[in-house]
Design a protein around this ligand. Structure first.
Ligand SMILES: *Cc1c(COP(=O)(O)O)cnc(C)c1O
Length: 480
């Protein structure tokens, strides 16, 4: 493998940021840019063949080893075994591929403890954070806001760990019963659930205020594990390689190196599909990367027109694929950096334009999205989502979660003859029982495990939307 020794990270707006362990705790550069590898590792077709026999944790060690060159290989193997071993994932193969009919194959990314794809990256992040903190003798108090999936994945990845605690804000009464149960039933001493009287944006604003108070942040070792975290992005690259390997297993040996697949990715913050962009840039034979948006279709608009026009909270709709209700895609800057020839000056200028005018106009580059990067997109609506769930249930006997249904719908519009279309399953339908009931007309009967989770005692602190109360609470309980 074209391995770079001591891989360095740089900011998309210029400047060196250190190595993997340095950017793991802070994805954001001091100049506002995002951490990216200085050079992207490459995988030749021989490399890919060498990776073919590996188990998922072994593959993760090889791929993550290309990015985390400052972590000794034996240690990394321990981290990936911890993340993807030990029965945390329901499927033995960790990420199963299942043909679901209508020319689509589902990539099962939701076999982890919180039934959503965020576990794939968060489990590795939990292992590697604990490792890096131990090495450096530091502690970390993770402060975050969640509307559901991210918070529960973070808590399940960090619960019971040394040197790290979690303060997670969630909006009172805005999450599904299942999502509440997944978070609030955790009894670990290092997990602090705080239900704020307000909406998700109020939670987010509290986090922003506290995190931008540099003194408070330092005094209490505050950090985040949000979607710009490069540890998460790198861990997600693994399943693109895995899915290509499994899809091409059946091809004749001589044809494997040219065996291409396409991926359809339900998208919000552009984290998941960015990892696909990196896998493709590294040499994995990916034909198209199909981005699916819901009604909050800022990204679809960008990939169709070249104009990026983020929306504010008032103009972000609450949809039935809630984990995609994002109108400012924090990871897009990393793609734009590559689009602009990895030029930090041009990238910084684009984000200055955004600050000044509220939009970035890259319409001159529009043709290149598909021709050079394979990126195409589409928008799905509530009615589309319901119809897609119904159609796959009726014709193919599978139940898709609402986000995955958005991906499947847009995938169908981008099929190419002879190229498998792999749809990333970003959540299990059990997480969104109400919408499934609306689509299929009959209530979803929880299985025994789900029922036990719903019945488990919950531990959560109700708090007003009050910065002072939150400061006091954190000051008292943060690890030092
Ligand atoms: C987070 C999430 C998404 C969006 O992923 P991004 O990386 O933010 O683009 C899609 N579906 C589900 C179920 C999610 O939890």
């Amino acid at each position: 493998m074209n391995e770079v020794r001591d891989l360095q990270y740089i900011s998309t707006r210029g400047g060196a940021l250190g190595q993997f362990s340095d950017v793991l705790l802070e994805g954001l550069a001091p100049n506002g840019g995002l951490a990216v590898p200085e050079t992207l590792p490459r995988l030749s077709s021989d490399d890919l063949e060498r990776l073919r026999p590996l188990s998922y944790p072994e593959l993760a060690t090889e791929i993550l080893g290309l990015f985390a060159t400052d972590i000794p290989r034996e240690d990394l193997a321990g981290l990936t075994a911890g993340a993807y071993g030990g029965g945390k994932f329901a499927a033995d193969e960790i990420v199963p591929l299942t043909p679901i009919g209508q020319s689509l194959t589902l990539v099962g990314l939701s076999e982890g403890p919180t039934l959503a794809f965020k576990d794939m990256a968060m489990q590795f992040l939990g292992e590697s954070l604990e490792y890096v903190l131990e090495k450096t003798g530091r502690v970390l108090n993770v402060l975050g806001a969640t509307s559901g999936d991210t918070g529960s994945a973070a808590e399940h990845a960090l619960r019971g760990r040394d040197r790290v605690s979690v303060f997670m804000l969630s909006p009172q009464g805005r999450m599904s019963a299942f999502q509440r149960a997944q978070m609030y039933s955790l009894q670990d001493a290092n997990v602090h659930n705080i239900a704020v009287a307000g909406v998700f944006d109020d939670c987010q604003n509290l986090v922003k205020h506290l995190s931008s108070d540099i003194d408070f942040k330092r005094a209490h070792s505050l950090g985040a594990v949000n979607s710009i975290n490069f540890g998460r992005i790198s861990a997600q690259i693994v399943y693109y390689v895995w899915a290509w390997l499994r899809a091409s297993d059946a091809a004749a040996e001589a044809e494997r190196s040219s065996f291409a697949v396409s991926f359809a990715v339900p998208s919000g913050n552009f984290g998941n599909i960015l990892s696909g962009h990196y896998a493709r840039s590294m040499g994995v034979p990916i034909h198209k990367l199909v981005l699916a948006s819901n009604e909050n279709n800022v990204l679809d608009e960008f990939f169709r027109t070249g104009r990026y026009r983020p929306r504010d909270a008032e103009n972000t709709l609450a949809t039935s694929s809630p984990s995609m209700d994002v109108s400012r895609a924090s990871n897009l800057e990393r793609f734009v950096f590559d689009l602009l020839g990895r030029d930090p000056e041009r990238t910084a200028a684009a984000w200055r334009e955004l600050d000044e005018t509220g939009e970035i106009d890259l319409s001159a580059e529009r043709e290149r999205f598909e021709s050079e990067f394979g990126l195409v997109s589409g928008t799905s609506t509530h009615e589309d989502r319901l119809a897609t769930i119904r159609s796959f249930h009726e014709h193919n006997g599978v139940v898709l979660d609402p986000h995955t249904a958005d991906g499947a719908l847009i995938a169908l519009a981008h099929l190419d003859d002879g190229i498998p279309m792999l749809v990333l399953e970003t959540a299990k339908p059990a997480k969104f029982a109400e919408l499934i009931e609306e689509a299929l007309g009959s209530p979803v009967v929880p299985d025994a495990e789900t029922q036990a989770l719903l019945d488990a005692p919950q531990r959560v602190l109700d708090m007003d939307d009050d910065e002072h109360a939150l400061r006091a609470y954190i000051s008292e309980r943060a690890l030092a």
